[in-house]
Ligand binder design. Structure first.
Ligand SMILES: Cc1cc2nc3c(=O)[nH]c(=O)nc-3n(C[C@H](O)[C@H](O)[C@H](O)COP(=O)(O)OP(=O)(O)OC[C@H]3O[C@@H](n4cnc5c(N)ncnc54)[C@H](O)[C@@H]3O)c2cc1C
Ligand SMILES: *[C@@H]1O[C@H](CO)[C@@H](O)[C@H](O)[C@H]1NC(C)=O
Ligand SMILES: *[C@@H]1O[C@H](CO)[C@@H](O)[C@H](O)[C@H]1NC(C)=O
Ligand SMILES: *[C@@H]1O[C@H](CO)[C@@H](O)[C@H](O)[C@H]1NC(C)=O
Ligand SMILES: *[C@@H]1O[C@H](CO)[C@@H](O)[C@H](O)[C@H]1NC(C)=O
Ligand SMILES: *[C@@H]1O[C@H](CO)[C@@H](O)[C@H](O)[C@H]1NC(C)=O
Ligand SMILES: *[C@@H]1O[C@H](CO)[C@@H](O)[C@H](O)[C@H]1NC(C)=O
Ligand SMILES: *[C@@H]1O[C@H](CO)[C@@H](O)[C@H](O)[C@H]1NC(C)=O
Ligand SMILES: *[C@@H]1O[C@H](CO)[C@@H](O)[C@H](O)[C@H]1NC(C)=O
Length: 541
């Protein structure tokens, strides 16, 4: 009885696979025309020969792979760029935009390459594309007196953290934990990290930016205007142009902070602790964050679910312990489990290094753990999940597909609930208790493994429906998820885009559409989940 629908499903998937994997070559367009366009335009400047890589260049593959973090998008059938350009200055970006428009190529801008669906280096559209890889635009200039910095978008968070720590022990920047994450994508989509309850998101701490628009103009905050400046601080950069640098506000931190990370399995009352955490963590003072990582582990012969309570406190252990004793005594954190560290050492810890490691290690673009295949989704929780709801969630971890699954949970409260929903395009503020990042990793290549794990993720998502935000079921754009809907090539209708647009941006979506219509009415800067301009359908460039 089951074979019939399954066969149809298989055929359907096979059909989808065929229609979704266009050939990797684009015979209709010769990359030489594009390169010729670039060389003419660049006569005066750095030779194009030093920054453009075509598929028959021996470095093409290694440059393409260098910042791919999700092995799902490294297979031979993944559509590849016609050319990769690694500009060393802004004028080369202007030329790439000009020549791409002239030759009907799309641009995918890549900073750190961490996009969960690979949108910065591959495309599900049929059109040929160029990767504008900003790896060589990574200058960082710190101004300790002004407590600010200019950082070019090709820099990584780790490079930024390292440079700040070289300049000051008491300045920091509130952004994510992954050291190899790019500043370009991360800040334009929001940017959560261990200082979020005190200082909000990375995007909340941007004071100026440089952006190159569809006409090749280099704009800063005053010349781009407040609407466009608003849009790129949480609306995702890819829809509006190429952000080349951010001016960020550095924030004060004490010289000594306290970090702890303690594990509790189901047998150690993890369910009750997580249940209680939902009431405690969002209401703690803004100087402390206690986040959760939930995963499956081996406890002797048995598998169980383990919850890591991972915390950063902006103060010393002597002040932390009484606070924990008062607000969360059940967790039972002991003094010897706490480590007093500098801010940069805390970034090492959140990036899975040790505080004794040289902070210079943060500047490496090579990730510590090997890349693997993964699929992610996100959710926002507004009411505590009851214990039986948590128990149902743990049951999903019994399945083999969950062997390397991980739920990352970030508490709200503090600064996050003080910022209004419309201050930036990122709308997930007051009213949320916490944010979920659901991740499933796997090691096996091939479609079958991929489908099994992605299906597990979809099952988890379905299971959580009654417990998470509704109307819309909100999602975080930096945890990109194409299950939420995709634009159609050449016809990005508002109706299609609003399927995912309201989830990522709530009512800010309409304002983003207005900005897009103003700055890029022809929809040159587009991808599977870019903001559509109004009245653009049918247009190609
Ligand atoms: C290991 C890992 C750890 C992470 N940790 C965190 C975390 O702690 N907190 C958090 O909030 N998120 C985290 N993320 C998610 C991360 O913030 C997003 O994936 C982010 O978009 C990555 O930025 P990127 O520059 O590395 O990505 P890219 O893939 O280069 O870019 C992402 C998107 O932004 C566009 N884009 C990139 N640069 C520019 C630019 N200069 N101008 C215009 N558009 C641009 C791209 O075209 C693409 O659409 C993590 C992701 C990974 C893989
Ligand atoms: C070359 O440089 C000169 C002087 O800087 C400038 O006037 C000219 O426009 C440039 N030409 C091109 C093709 O960029
Ligand atoms: C590959 O491209 C780079 C950058 O354009 C260039 O410097 C190099 O000479 C090329 N190598 C080969 C073998 O073509
Ligand atoms: C690279 O490929 C192009 C055509 O795609 C060809 O014209 C060119 O000669 C090739 N260059 C090398 C060095 O093989
Ligand atoms: C660009 O960056 C790569 C990787 O960091 C480096 O190897 C290369 O030398 C850089 N190229 C230029 C022209 O700066
Ligand atoms: C907690 O669990 C993680 C993952 O299983 C492990 O890497 C870490 O060492 C554990 N921490 C402690 C303090 O035991
Ligand atoms: C679990 O909680 C119960 C009370 O709720 C307590 O008696 C018991 O000691 C706890 N177990 C552990 C391992 O902490
Ligand atoms: C990473 O991969 C290499 C080569 O496949 C392997 O030797 C190494 O053990 C892996 N490291 C980790 C941390 O998995
Ligand atoms: C684009 O999509 C809209 C709505 O989905 C449809 O009405 C319209 O005919 C399409 N236009 C083109 C050119 O495909």
């Amino acid at each position: 009885m089951e074979t019939c629908p399954r066969l149809i499903l298989t055929l359907l998937l096979a059909f989808l696979a065929l229609s979704l994997s266009p050939s990797t070559a684009y015979p209709q367009l010769d990359h030489n025309d594009f390169l010729a366009c670039l060389s003419v335009r660049l006569q005066n400047q750095t030779s194009i020969a030093n920054v453009a890589y075509t598929p028959n260049n021996s470095s093409y593959s290694s440059i393409l792979q260098s910042s791919i973090r999700n092995l799902r998008f490294t297979s031979p059938s993944t559509p590849k760029p016609l050319v990769i350009v690694t500009p060393v200055d802004e004028s080369q970006i202007q030329e790439v935009i000009h020549c791409s428009r002239q030759h009907g190529l799309q641009i995918r801008t890549r900073s750190g390459g961490h996009d969960y669906e690979g949108l910065s280096y591959t495309s599900r559209f049929d059109s040929p594309f160029v990767i504008l890889d900003l790896i060589n635009l990574s200058e960082i200039t710190i101004d300790v007196g002004q407590e600010s910095a200019w950082v070019q978008t090709g820099a990584t968070l780790g490079q930024l953290y390292y440079r700040i720590s070289q300049a000051s022990r008491t300045l920091a920047f509130p952004a994510g934990g992954g050291a190899t994450v790019g500043v370009g994508g991360h800040i334009s989509g929001g940017g959560y990290g261990s200082l979020l309850r005190k200082y909000g998101l990375a995007a909340d701490n941007v004071v100026d930016a440089r952006l190159i628009d569809v006409n090749g103009r280099i704009l800063d905050r005053s010349s781009m205007g407040e609407e466009l400046f608003w849009a790129i601080r949480g609306g995702g950069g890819a829809s509006f142009g190429v952000v080349t640098a951010w001016k960020i506000r550095l924030v004060p931190v004490p010289e000594t902070l306290t970090f702890f990370s303690v594990n509790r399995t189901l047998e150690q009352n993890a369910t009750k602790l997580v249940h209680k955490w939902q009431y405690v963590a969002p209401n703690l003072p803004e100087d402390i964050l206690i986040a959760l990582i939930i995963r499956k582990v081996n406890a002797g012969e048995r598998k169980t679910v383990q919850v890591t309570f991972i915390s950063l406190f902006l103060g010393r252990v002597d002040a932390l312990l009484p606070l924990l004793e008062e607000r969360f005594p059940e967790l039972g954190v002991r003094r010897e489990e706490c480590r007093e560290v500098s801010w940069v050492q805390s970034t090492l810890l959140f990036a899975n290094y040790q505080p004794e490691d040289s902070p210079e290690i943060l500047t490496s673009r090579v990730t510590r753990s090997n890349s693997s295949y993964f699929k992610a989704k996100s959710d926002y929780v507004q009411d505590p999940i009851p214990e039986h709801g948590l128990e149902g969630l743990w049951k999903l971890f019994d399945e083999e597909e969950a062997d390397m699954a991980e739920l990352n949970v970030a508490p709200y409260g503090g600064r996050m609930q003080e910022i209004s929903e419309s201050a930036t395009p990122f709308p997930h503020r007051a009213g949320n208790l916490y944010k979920f990042l659901h991740l499933v990793y796997w090691d096996e290549a091939g479609k079958e493994a991929s489908e099994r794990h992605i299906n597990w993720m979809r099952k988890l998502y379905a299971y959580l429906t009654p417990y998470v935000s509704k109307f819309p079921r909100a999602a975080y754009v930096n945890y990109r998820d194409l299950d939420l809907g995709v634009n159609k090539e050449g016809n990005t209708s508002y109706a299609q885009a609003s399927r995912w647009g309201f989830r990522y941006f709530k009512n800010n979506f309409n304002r983003l559409v207005r900005v897009k219509t103003m700055v890029d009415p022809g929809n040159f800067f587009r991808n599977e989940q870019s903001i559509p301009p109004l009245f653009s359908w049918g247009k190609k460039n």
